[in-house]
Design a binder for this molecule. Structure first.
Ligand code: WQD
Length: 334
């Protein structure tokens, strides 16, 4: 089965390609390298002894996407390509609407031209906004507080309409909670360019002394220790969830939505203390003001993914902390 993975050299995309290749899928990657690097291709080959076909193209470019479908019989698409920095989306909304919506519309149009019916979409728990209760189920109200999240919600709405109009399609929407961690080999991981927005990449940079101290954004939330609580899921578990979604998409028609989370929430201080313990290293921090737009707590009810996809996260918070640090240590020179 030929699977097209857009954004396949990125953090979640590359880990998903490892699982696809190891499961003997044929993988075709398109990536414009705006938030990834070409050396990830060699790393995929090193880990799996297989080299996926790669096209350095932009998923918004219809001519180039058509070329990929013309040259390869694509049976399914897993769509990761998109901008994902919440803060940047607030300052540059047009860039986010253009890129995230355009790439998806282009893919759906070309899929229709080439009778490709299976689509797995990388959505986000951010579509739940500030949940009224916890844990979060897939039928909870949807609302967003930033343009990044709104692009995800708009795309979900587009997919629902497209699914209604074309009952040959099978569409799986995966709502990720907080993906962290790295492949055990230390060859793949998360290494954002510039100052990290997200917690784990920031903790790692403080641990390696690249950054001086972690700012904990607020300790007056309605949580056990006052710091923000999130559902951290190991990126390898998340990758495996995509294979479960792909299997489901080949034997059902319509559209379905699944939370990919562990169902357990950890606070910022939980993560810092676990990171320090498993890596035997200090992570200095200071409490500062809340970050605008942050919510107290967010964690999944993972029941539906377990019941309908057979998906359950297996790696724990210690694995996430150990693997995140291992990746950076192994790639320090880069
Ligand atoms: C986690 C917790 C912060 C940094 C975002 C996106 C979401 C998804 C994952 C794409 C919060 C605290 C953070 C720091 C801190 N991305 N924090 N100091 O905001 O839950 O989710 O990333 O899909 O869509 O919204 O993740 O890692 O930024 O924050 O105290 O330097 O860590 O306040 O409580 P978030 P995060």
């Amino acid at each position: 089965m030929n699977v097209l993975v857009t954004g396949g050299l990125g953090f979640i995309g590359s880990h998903t390609c490892v699982e696809l290749l190891n499961a003997n899928y044929d993988v075709v990657i398109i990536d414009n390298l705006s938030n990834s690097s070409i050396d990830v291709l060699e790393k995929l080959e090193k880990i799996t002894s297989k080299r996926p076909k790669f096209y350095e193209i932009d998923a918004c470019n219809k001519e180039q996407v058509e070329k990929v479908f013309k040259e390869n019989k694509i049976d399914a698409v897993i769509h990761f390509a998109g901008y994902k920095a919440v803060g940047e989306s607030v300052s540059e909304p047009l860039k986010y609407y253009r890129n995230n919506l355009d790439s998806t519309l282009t893919l759906l149009e070309v899929m229709k031209e080439y009778s490709c019916h299976n689509f797995v979409f990388s959505s986000s728990a951010t579509v739940y906004g500030s949940p009224k209760e916890l844990p979060i189920k897939e039928d909870f109200p949807l609302s967003t507080t930033n343009p990044y999240g709104t692009t995800k919600l708009m795309i979900e709405r587009i997919l629902a309409d497209v699914s209604k109009a074309d009952n040959d399609l099978s569409i799986i929407v995966l709502r990720y909670f907080n993906p962290i961690g790295a492949h055990k080999s230390g060859l793949l991981g998360e290494n954002p360019k510039g100052i990290p927005n997200n917690l784990m990449p920031y903790i790692v940079r403080v641990a390696t002394k690249e950054l001086e101290i972690l700012s904990v954004f607020g300790n007056d939330y309605n949580t056990k220790d006052g710091t923000g609580v999130r559902d951290y899921i190991h990126v390898v578990d998340l990758a495996k969830g995509h294979l479960k979604a792909l299997e489901k998409s080949t034997n059902f028609k319509g559209i379905e939505y699944y939370n990919l989370g562990t169902g357990t929430g950890y606070s910022v201080l939980d993560l810092v203390k676990t990171f320090e313990k498993v890596n035997n290293i200090k992570v200095p921090y200071k409490i500062v003001d809340r970050r605008p737009g942050d919510i107290d707590a967010c964690y999944a009810d993972p029941t539906k993914a377990y019941k309908e996809l057979g998906f359950k996260a297996e790696l724990d918070i210690e694995d996430m902390c150990r693997d995140s640090y291992n990746f950076i240590i192994k790639n320090k020179s880069n």
